[in-house]
Design a protein around this ligand. Structure first.
Ligand code: CA
Length: 461
C-alpha cells in the first residue's frame, strides 16, 4: 500500500456499523438467474423453476446468498418475460404457482433470499388491461395507458417528438381508435399511466402480493421511465447522438420529459413506504436507473426513504486498474455518503460480502458488452458472456438447451434492435470474469443478447 492510499484510508471516516449490523441487503451476494436457460427438468428445452430449485444447493455452496430471478411471469415472451401479461401468474413453460411457492420456500430453507424482477413501467400488449384499453376510446381501461391524439394533418403525426429508449419513435398508432399509445421500450410494451390512481394502486398491489408470498426484494425494470410529463411537452434538442450510463439524453434529444421525472422520484418514496409496510422481514428494492450519481441518489430519497439500491452502471466503464477503481469508489463514497453507502459499491468488488449493487452491477457490465454488439454478435471477449461464459461458478446444468430463436420477439423482424433477451447471470466469481451462468445451456452463439444493458443505440436491456 503506498503512502497516499494509506493516508486516504486513515482519513476516511470509520464505518459506524459492524458488518453484521448492516441490513442484509447491504452485505449479501446476489446471483442473477435467467430461468429460461438455467436448468431444464422436463426436457422441453426451456429452463424452469424446478430446475432452479434443483441447483440451489450448488449455488449455496458457491457462496451465493441471494438469487435474483429474471421474469417468469405469464408472458407472450416477446421480450422474454419483460412483457408481462399477468403479474400474478407464471408462464407455463416455467412451471406452476406451486413451483414458484416451492422455490421461495426452498430458498429460505437454505438460509438464502430471493429477488424477483418486476416490470412496473409497462405491460405486454396482450395484457387484459391493454386489450380492453385498445378496444375503444370509451373503455374504462382506456386511461390505464397513455393514449393521445396525433398532430395534424388528420392526427397522423405522433402527439409529440418523444423517442423511445431505443431511439425510435415511442408513439404507436392504432388505426381502429385513431389515437397513439406510448411505449418507452418496445412497441408491444405499452406504458402504464401512473397518473391514474387505479393503475398505481393496482401495481402496488402486485408488489404487495409477491412480497407477502415471501419474496425478499424486487429488481425494478426501467424504473426511471415510470412518470412522463403530464402535458406531453416536446423534449428539447440535444447534440448527444447516443445515451450513456451517466446521461440518458441521446438520439439528439434530451429526455427531460420522459426520464427521471420528479414524480418518479416521489413514487420511489411511495413505493418504499408500501414495501416497508409489508409484514415480515425487511425487504429491498433495487432500481434500474441511469444518470449521474447525483441523479441516482435522488431515487434513494433525500432521507434514504426511497429505493434501497440503484444500479451503478458507471462502474462498467471504470478503468480496470488500481487508481481507476480507487477513483471510482471514492466518487461513489462521496456521492453516496452514509446511510446510502455501501449499497452502491464498485462492480469490481469481489467475493462474499460484496454489496448487492456491486453484484448486480457486475451483471449489467457483462450484459452491456453483449447487448451493444449488433445482432447478438459479441466480440470474442464477450461472446462467452452471451453464449455462456465458462466461469468457474457455472453450475453444471443438465438437460439444457439454447434459448429460443432471437428474432422471435421482433415486431418488425429486426432482431438487431428487438433481439430476444438473454440468459446471462451474475456470479460471485471474480468480477473481472465474465459471469454468465448460461454456459451449460447457452453454448449456441445465437443465444439472445442480455436484457439489462445500459442505454445503447441497439438495446437497453
Ligand atoms: Ca423445462
Amino acid at each position: 500500500m503506498n503512502h497516499t492510499l494509506s493516508s486516504d484510508l486513515a482519513q476516511r471516516p470509520k464505518s459506524t456499523h459492524h458488518a453484521s449490523e448492516l441490513p442484509w441487503w447491504k452485505r449479501t451476494t446476489v446471483y442473477q438467474v435467467y430461468p429460461r436457460s438455467f436448468a431444464d427438468t422436463n426436457g422441453d428445452g426451456i429452463g424452469d423453476l424446478r430446475g432452479v430449485i434443483g441447483k440451489l444447493d450448488y449455488l449455496r455452496d458457491l457462496g451465493v446468498e441471494t438469487i435474483w430471478l429474471s421474469p417468469f411471469f405469464d408472458s407472450p415472451q416477446a421480450d422474454f418475460g419483460y412483457d408481462i401479461r399477468d403479474h400474478f401468474g407464471i408462464s407455463s413453460e416455467y412451471g406452476s404457482l406451486d413451483d414458484c411457492h416451492a422455490l421461495i420456500e426452498e430458498v429460505h430453507q437454505r438460509g438464502m433470499r430471493v429477488v424477483f424482477d418486476m416490470v412496473l413501467n409497462h405491460t405486454s400488449n396482450e395484457h387484459p388491461w391493454f386489450v380492453e384499453s385498445k378496444s375503444s376510446k370509451h373503455n374504462p381501461k382506456r386511461d390505464y395507458y397513455l393514449w393521445r391524439d396525433g398532430r395534424s394533418p388528420g392526427g397522423r403525426e405522433p402527439p409529440n417528438n418523444w423517442r423511445s429508449m431505443l431511439g425510435r419513435r415511442g408513439w404507436h398508432y392504432d388505426r381502429a381508435t385513431e389515437q397513439w399509445y406510448w411505449a418507452s421500450f418496445l412497441p408491444f410494451q405499452p406504458d402504464l399511466n401512473y397518473r391514474n390512481p387505479e393503475v398505481k394502486e393496482a401495481m402496488l398491489d402486485v408488489v404487495r402480493h409477491w412480497l407477502s408470498m415471501g419474496v425478499d426484494g424486487l429488481r425494478l425494470d426501467i424504473f426511471n421511465a415510470l412518470f412522463k410529463d403530464a402535458a406531453f411537452t416536446n423534449n428539447p434538442f440535444s447534440f448527444r447522438p447516443v445515451p450513456s450510463e451517466d446521461n440518458p439524453d441521446g438520439f439528439f434529444q434530451q429526455t427531460r420529459h420522459t426520464i427521471d421525472h420528479p414524480d418518479t422520484f416521489a413514487f420511489a418514496r411511495e413505493l418504499r413506504a408500501v414495501v416497508d409496510a409489508v409484514p415480515g422481514p425487511p425487504r429491498f428494492l433495487v432500481g434500474e436507473v441511469f444518470g449521474t450519481p447525483h441523479t441516482l441518489r435522488r431515487y434513494c430519497g433525500e432521507d434514504a426513504d426511497g429505493l434501497h439500491l440503484v444500479f451503478l452502471f458507471k462502474s462498467m466503464r471504470a478503468p480496470f486498474s488500481g487508481p481507476g477503481v480507487r477513483a471510482m469508489i471514492a466518487e461513489f463514497e462521496r456521492e453516496f455518503p452514509e446511510p446510502f453507502f455501501p449499497p452502491t459499491s464498485s462492480a469490481t468488488t469481489t467475493g462474499r460480502g460484496a454489496s448487492t449493487a456491486s453484484e448486480t452491477t457486475r451483471a449489467r457490465r457483462s450484459s452491456s458488452r453483449c447487448s451493444s454488439s449488433p445482432r447478438g454478435a459479441c466480440p470474442s471477449s464477450t461472446t462467452a458472456r452471451r453464449s455462456g461464459c465458462a466461469t468457474p461458478t457455472s453450475p453444471p446444468c443438465t438437460g439444457s438447451t439454447p434459448s429460443p430463436p432471437t428474432s422471435a420477439s421482433s415486431p418488425t423482424g429486426s432482431p438487431g434492435v428487438y433481439g430476444a433477451r438473454a440468459s446471462c447471470s451474475t456470479a460471485t466469481s471474480p468480477a473481472s470474469r465474465c459471469s454468465g451462468i448460461t454456459a451449460p445451456m447457452g453454448d449456441s452463439p445465437t443465444t439472445p443478447p442480455v436484457r439489462g444493458s445500459p442505454p445503447t443505440p441497439t438495446a437497453r436491456r
